[in-house]
Design a protein around this ligand. Structure first.
Ligand SMILES: *Cc1c(COP(=O)(O)O)cnc(C)c1O
Length: 471
């Protein structure tokens, strides 16, 4: 597919660098502990970066979830928290922000994204039905399975190929979706689960043309589309940059158009929205809203706070607006690309094109000699921590878990380490240190021996599994 990179709005205004549209007002000290201390911390944490103490981490690139720096306006918003149990003023601010930026009619706040995934899955999925989606996400698929559904991957093949340069590797393959409809019948498909950007594929976007075509196909069969909007701000930035006709459209307007093709969305505000906690479900169908509102009081809290404090909702309402400013997103993606370019210049295999929130190291390629059952990505994440105290995470066989039918490991095509960049937190010099450490580990790749799993939890095992080195 031909792909031209168009000038973004910022470039047209004559600004050449992706420099951040903010300056730093408050700092938080960090330090690197010694190599012996890092080795001890790694062993104590079972070679799982989720089990390290934050104090033992130098640069924390585990996740972009809840790790953003808030603005002075958001911090000021915390002081305006209306902590009334019911009908908090901050809820109405949040509702207005979601309605105006995303366009959905009914808002149900939740404590974070998976709370909303729980509500939508329970509200829509009948046992024995199928939920097609553009690649799985860990918590999303689990909630679909717990509701009795079966997730079916209908993403385009390019998404599973780390080297493919397709500009919209998050796209749904409409032929795969049609084949599923023909096989199981539209009545057995409660909704299409669409995510933008696609986390597990490397932060890859969905095009406007794709969601438009998806809407047409789904309309023919009366199948609703629900959106995982967790990183849609990044998705619409890529549309502005890459898709014909959007170069002069602000990302906020692109978002509204995209959401208008869907019936509702769930959101982990801990990502795009520049807050440390929060999420929501937003839908157009009043009956779905009513079901979700009935359930939210059981699992989260009253429907005007859903597990968040009033102050959290205020910071979130402000963060939504900040997250959808063009210059913010340009700096955000610019920083991720800066790190990616350093690694590519050194010939280190990463998922391309570089996505919105992270660099994904291709552990299968880096540790060619390690079979997937020796957990190459888990091994690589541990090696990077040992080298420099930089924390990353596994996105491969451990994250994929076991097939609920057979009980065997799922063997995903992608065996990756995610190097995730928190928003507005680290500087370009931090990215240089990270790149140098990854290079040092890459240079030693032949000596890696792999890991064996010695403890495996029942659900979402990547969070708490423990490992021991082989050899
Ligand atoms: C993080 C995430 C979720 C779940 O949200 P939480 O806030 O972590 O509960 C769902 N979907 C995607 C794509 C995510 O990245």
């Amino acid at each position: 597919m031909p792909h031209t990179v168009h000038m973004t709005m910022g470039q047209q205004e004559g600004r050449r660098s992706w420099a951040e549209p903010w300056k730093i007002k408050m700092v938080e000290p960090i330090r690197m502990i010694s190599r012996e201390e890092r080795a001890a911390a790694l062993a104590a944490g079972g070679y799982n970066t989720f089990l390290l103490r934050s104090e033992d981490v130098y640069i924390d690139l585990l996740t972009d979830s809840g790790t953003s720096a808030m603005s002075d306006r958001q911090w000021a918003g915390l002081m305006l928290g209306d902590e009334a149990y019911a009908g908090s003023r901050n809820f109405y601010h949040l509702e207005e922000a979601v309605q105006s930026y995303y366009g959905y009619k009914h808002l149900i706040p939740t404590h974070q994204g998976r709370g909303a995934e729980h509500l939508i899955s329970q509200a829509l999925i009948r046992p024995g039905t199928y939920i097609p989606g553009n690649m799985y996400f860990t918590t999303t698929r689990l909630h679909q399975e717990l509701a009795g559904g079966t997730f079916v991957d209908v993403i385009i093949d390019e998404a599973h190929d780390p080297a493919s340069q397709h500009p919209f590797k998050g796209n749904v393959d409409l032929d795969k979706l049609q084949a599923l409809i023909d096989k199981v019948g539209a009545d057995n498909i409660p909704y299409v689960s669409l995510a933008g950007t696609v986390n597990m594929a490397g932060g890859q976007p969905v095009s406007m043309a794709n969601v438009k075509a998806l809407r047409q196909l789904c309309d023919r069969y009366g199948i609703p589309i629900y959106l995982d909007a967790t990183r849609m701000a990044e998705n619409v930035y890529f549309i502005q940059e890459r898709e014909e006709g959007y170069q002069h459209t602000p990302i906020a307007a692109i978002l509204r158009e995209f959401c208008d093709y869907t019936d509702g969305a769930w959101m982990s505000s801990k990502k795009d929205h520049l807050v440390n906690i929060g999420g929501w479900l937003a839908v157009n169908d009043p009956l779905v809203a009513e079901k979700a509102r009935n359930m939210v009081v059981v699992y989260e809290g009253l429907h005007t706070y859903g597990g968040m404090a009033g102050r959290d909702m205020e910071a979130l309402a402000i963060g939504i607006g900040e997250s959808l400013q063009d210059d913010h997103m340009r700096a955000r993606v610019g920083q991720v690309r800066y790190l990616g370019q350093l690694l590519m210049d050194w010939g280190i295999p990463i998922v391309q094109p570089v996505g919105g929130h992270a660099i994904f190291l291709d552990a299968k390629k880096i540790y060619e000699h390690l079979p997937q059952d020796l957990f190459p990505a888990q091994t690589l994440a541990a090696a990077i921590y040992l080298d420099s105290g930089v924390r990353t995470m596994e996105r491969g066989i451990v994250s994929a878990g076991r097939d609920p039918e057979t009980g065997d490991h799922r063997h995903p095509k992608l065996e990756l380490v995610r190097v995730t960049i928190p928003r507005r937190v680290y500087t370009q010099a931090h990215m240089d240190v990270v790149a140098e450490s990854i290079k040092a580990v890459y240079d030693e790749r032949k000596s890696a021996m792999g890991l064996k799993m010695v403890y495996e939890p029942a659900y979402l095992r990547f969070f708490q599994a423990r490992f021991e080195p082989i050899g």
